[in-house]
Design a protein around this ligand. Structure first.
Ligand code: HSE
Length: 409
C-alpha cells in the first residue's frame, strides 16, 4: 500500500520514521507492505532524509491512483479540511491526528468517506498514543456509556502537577512546559481548556452518537488556579485536575463540561501526573475502564496514526466506517443545572460573621484550613446542588468577595 503524508512536522516525521523503520512488522501485522510515497510540505526539507519524497502540490497525490491512504498531520482546520475532503472524494482513506479538524468538520468528512467508500480515522486526535477512539467505537460498543472523565491535556496536567508537588507558581510552571515543548505554539489552547474541549467533544460524539461542537460545552482553563487553592485542596485529600467530562443525564440529555475539579486523592485519575493523560470510562455492562498513557509527543502520537494506517490496510473497503450522526440541537444540558458541590475561596472584612452567614445560606459547609492563611480569607466546600442554585446563593452573600470557585468531582 502506498501512502502520502500531509505535513512533515513533529508527528508527520514520526509517522514516516515508524513506517520506514518497521517494514517487517507492517507486513506481518497489516498483511501488506506500507510505503510512504509522498510527503507534502511547503517548507524546505532538502536537508532531511525524506528530501526525495517531498512535494508541494496536493494534486500530485489526488491524481495518483496508487495512493490508497493519506495521513494528515498538518494541524488546524484549513487547508487540512479541503485537502482531506478532496482525498476522500477520490476514495482515498484519510488518517488524521488533527483534533481541531475532527471537532469542527467530522460530519462533512464522514459524509465524504461514506459516499466514496473510504475510511476516515483519527485515533491520534485524542490523547495521542492512548487507544481511546477505537476502544469507544468498537471494544466498548456493547455498552451504553454512562460517563467518562479524562485528563485530556498533558500541558495543563504538567503545570498542575508542578504547582501541587513543587509549590511552583502557574507562570513558572507554564514557562517550563513551553521550554520542554509540551505546550502548543500558542499556549492559550492548552491553558484555557480549548484543546481539552475539542477532545471532550470528540469522545462525547462517539459515546453519545451525535456530533457535539466545542462551542456547546462550558469550558474553563487553569489560569486562575492558585497555590492557595492547591493547598486547600490538599488539606482535605484532593488534587486539582483539569478534566473533560460527560455524563448521560436522567432526562436523556448530555452533561458535558471542561474545567478544573477537586479530585479525591484515592482515585486513580488523581495519580496521573506530569504530561500523562488518562480517561476513565464507565459503561453499563463493563463497569469502569481506565486508559492511561502518553497523550502527546512525536513517537506516541505517530504510533496511533500508523496504527490507523495499518487498520486501513487490514480492513476491506466496506468495513471501514466509524462515524456518528449529525448534530442535534438541545442535546447538551445547561451546565448550571448539573448537580455538583463547589469549593469556594474568598475574602471578608469580618471573617467570623461571614462564616456564620455562609453556613446559614448554604445550609452547612465544610470549612477548609491552610498554613499562613490571612485572617480575612475563607475557604469552604458546599453540599451538592444544581450549580446555578449554589452560584445564586454565593452572589447573594454580603461582605464576601469570592476569589476562586472549583467543582468537586
Ligand atoms: N498540547 C497538547 C497537550 C498536545 O498538551 O496535551 C496533544 O494534543
Amino acid at each position: 500500500m502506498k501512502i502520502a503524508v500531509l505535513g512533515c512536522g513533529t508527528v508527520g516525521s514520526g509517522v514516516v520514521e515508524i513506517i520506514d523503520s518497521k517494514k517487517e512488522l507492517m507486513m506481518k501485522s497489516a498483511g501488506e507492505n506500507i510505503d510512504v510515497k509522498y510527503i507534502l510540505d511547503i517548507r524546505d526539507l532538502s536537508d532531511t532524509p525524506f528530501a526525495d519524497r517531498v512535494i508541494s502540490d496536493i494534486d500530485i497525490i489526488l491524481n495518483d491512483s496508487e495512493i490508497d491512504t493519506v495521513v494528515e498531520t498538518m494541524g488546524g482546520v484549513e487547508p487540512a479540511f479541503t485537502f482531506c475532503k478532496k482525498c476522500l472524494e477520490k476514495s482515498k482513506n484519510v488518517v488524521t491526528s488533527n483534533k481541531a479538524l475532527v471537532a469542527a468538520k467530522a460530519e462533512e468528512l464522514f459524509d465524504a468517506a461514506i459516499k466514496n467508500n473510504a475510511a476516515f480515522m483519527f485515533e491520534a486526535a485524542v490523547c495521542g498514543g492512548i487507544p481511546v477512539i477505537r476502544t469507544l467505537f468498537s471494544s466498548l460498543s456493547a455498552n451504553n456509556i454512562v460517563s467518562f472523565a479524562g485528563i485530556l491535556n498533558g500541558t495543563t496536567n504538567f503545570i498542575l502537577t508542578k504547582m501541587i508537588n513543587e509549590k511552583m507558581s502557574f507562570d513558572s510552571a507554564l514557562k517550563i512546559a513551553q521550554e520542554k515543548g509540551y505546550a502548543e505554539k500558542d499556549p492559550t489552547a492548552d491553558v484555557e481548556g480549548l484543546d481539552a474541549g475539542r477532545k471532550t467533544c470528540i469522545l462525547a460524539s462517539i459515546a453519545y452518537g451525535h456530533h457535539i461542537f466545542p462551542e456547546e460545552i462550558h469550558t474553563e482553563g487553569i489560569r486562575s488556579i492558585t497555590l492557595e487553592d492547591a493547598a486547600y485542596a490538599a488539606s482535605k485529600g484532593y488534587k486539582i485536575k483539569l478534566l473533560g467530562k460527560a455524563d448521560k443525564l436522567k432526562n436523556g440529555k448530555i452533561g458535558a463540561i471542561v474545567c478544573p475539579f477537586f479530585v479525591n486523592d484515592n482515585s486513580m485519575i488523581a495519580g496521573v501526573n506530569g504530561v500523562y493523560n488518562a480517561v476513565s470510562i464507565t459503561g453499563d455492562s463493563v463497569g469502569d475502564v481506565l486508559l492511561y498513557g502518553q497523550g502527546a509527543g512525536k513517537e506516541a502520537t505517530a504510533s496511533a496514526v500508523v496504527g490507523d494506517v495499518m487498520e486501513c490496510a487490514r480492513l476491506k473497503k466496506n468495513e471501514k466506517h466509524y462515524f456518528w450522526d449529525k448534530h442535534e440541537d438541545g442535546i447538551i444540558e445547561d451546565h448550571m443545572l448539573y448537580e455538583t458541590a463547589l469549593y469556594i475561596r474568598g475574602y471578608s472584612k469580618d471573617a467570623k460573621t461571614a462564616l456564620i452567614n455562609i453556613r446559614e445560606a448554604f445550609g452547612g459547609v465544610t470549612v477548609l484550613e491552610r498554613d499562613d492563611a490571612p485572617e480575612n480569607e475563607i475557604a469552604f466546600i458546599t453540599g451538592k446542588a444544581a450549580e446555578g442554585e449554589l452560584r445564586d446563593t454565593l452572589s447573594e452573600l454580603k461582605d464576601f468577595a469570592s476569589a476562586s470557585v472549583i467543582r468537586i468531582l
